[in-house]
Design a protein around this ligand. Structure first.
Ligand SMILES: [Zn+2]
Ligand SMILES: [Zn+2]
Length: 389
């Protein structure tokens, strides 16, 4: 059973969605399911999932991703059967979540079956599978996979390199290929001195620590350092690195927000320019930004960790994914109707202030479900979280 306060939050959300007429909306159902899953309400989440189906609302790939990433509370085979019926397992998002779920349980064979079934394997899918082989120490499979990947014309990223170099660092026999991969990593400007990991953890550590000191937003360095601590069994140090990543908001995942408008799902990444209505969206954002500044709003650039000048930082903030999603909903839904957004990470403090002001000047109720909680911004500019966001 979920804790009382969280339970209340969920019941409030349910009531709210009913009042707002969101019960035909897949985003609302997914928000509630993710809410329960994050609070150990596995049964409630599954009940909601079935109720959603009974009400004729079709889960989409994001719903499945939410369910699958909540593992190990739910066994993947429970969901796998459903996923297969809808054919979503062929999509990269769901397929990767599913294979990741199997990897977490150490079922690399199952993971590899799912991987082979994915239609358009992107780098995330490849990296997840490679991480699976790395975890179980299947060096040969990992090396073969890495070469398939590069032959297929896919550009490896820091996670791919980190996995393959970790595999090679674990066995002396693979020092040869390890050197090659390291050469490739350097060519791709991804030199994290992973080769030093091999029996020279101290050197590797101090290199990673230096990178973090110089470039506190460099995700790969944190991942490497945390993996090194894990390898040497130093869980306390590893926890410290993870904590530092949280404090500095360095995230493994790319931030995105998603919404449903007229029965269609839209996903926005930060700075996204792929939407057909992008010109109107950015015009709306410009317009909002002028009106917010008239109200005395000053962007809080401390939420931007990149080392760039202040003007650019403001531009980065102004293009956070939830703002793009909100701008699109504002221009494509009737005046006065409520907005609902799901974000896969936590809403930053500056966006929280901005959404509060937008709710007020546009006279709209806005509900944002982030990884932390539900935020219900009323049209008079107050959030249900009491701004202890
Ligand atoms: Zn933000
Ligand atoms: Zn809030």
């Amino acid at each position: 059973m979920v804790a009382y306060s969280k339970c209340m939050e969920m019941f409030n959300a349910l009531r709210l969605f009913k009042e707002m007429g969101f019960l035909g909306n897949v985003v609302a159902w997914t928000a509630m399911i993710s809410g329960f899953l994050q609070n150990e309400g596995k049964e409630e989440a599954l009940d909601l999932f079935w109720e959603m189906r009974r009400k004729g609302v079709r889960p989409n790939e994001f719903t499945y991703s939410v369910i699958l990433t909540a593992l190990p509370v739910i066994s993947p085979s429970e969901v796998h059967a459903q996923v297969v019926k809808t054919n979503y397992e062929r999509s990269s998002t769901v397929g990767t979540a599913l294979l990741d779920a199997y990897v977490k349980l150490g079922k690399v064979d199952e993971a590899s079956k799912v991987f082979n079934g994915i239609d358009d394997k992107d780098i995330v899918a490849w990296s997840a599978m490679l991480a699976g082989y790395a975890q179980t120490g299947e060096t040969e499979a990992a090396i073969k996979m890495f070469s398939d990947l590069t032959k297929g014309g896919i550009k490896p990223n820091e996670f791919t390199f980190s996995s393959i170099l970790n595999v090679c660092a674990a066995t002396t026999a693979s020092m040869g290929p390890g050197k090659q991969f390291h050469g490739l990593a350097i060519k791709s400007r991804l030199d994290f001195s992973c080769m030093r990991v091999h029996k020279k953890t101290e050197l590797g550590r101090s290199a990673a620590e230096k990178i973090i000191e110089m470039k506190p937003e460099d995700l790969a360095a944190y991942v490497l350092l945390s993996n090194m601590y894990a390898e040497s069994g130093d869980w306390q140090e590893r926890a410290k690195v993870r904590k530092l990543m949280n404090e500095r908001n360095v995230k493994k995942e790319a931030a995105y927000s998603w919404i449903e408008v007229k029965n269609k799902t839209y996903v926005f990444l930060a700075g996204d320019r792929s939407h057909p209505l992008q010109d109107q969206i950015y015009m709306k954002l410009e317009d909002l930004s002028t009106r917010l500044k008239d109200l005395g709003y000053k962007p809080d650039t401390s939420y931007v960790l990149q080392d760039i000048d202040d003007e650019l930082k403001e531009a980065v903030l102004a293009q956070h994914s939830e703002r793009l999603a909100i701008a699109f909903e504002l221009i494509s839904t009737p005046k006065g109707s409520p907005l609902l957004i799901i974000k896969n990470l936590r809403v930053c403090g500056d966006c929280h202030v901005v959404i509060k002001l937008i709710a007020k000047i546009e006279e709209r109720e806005i509900v944002v479900r982030d990884t932390n909680r539900f935020h219900h911004f009323s049209s008079d500019g107050v959030c249900s979280c009491g701004h202890f966001w």
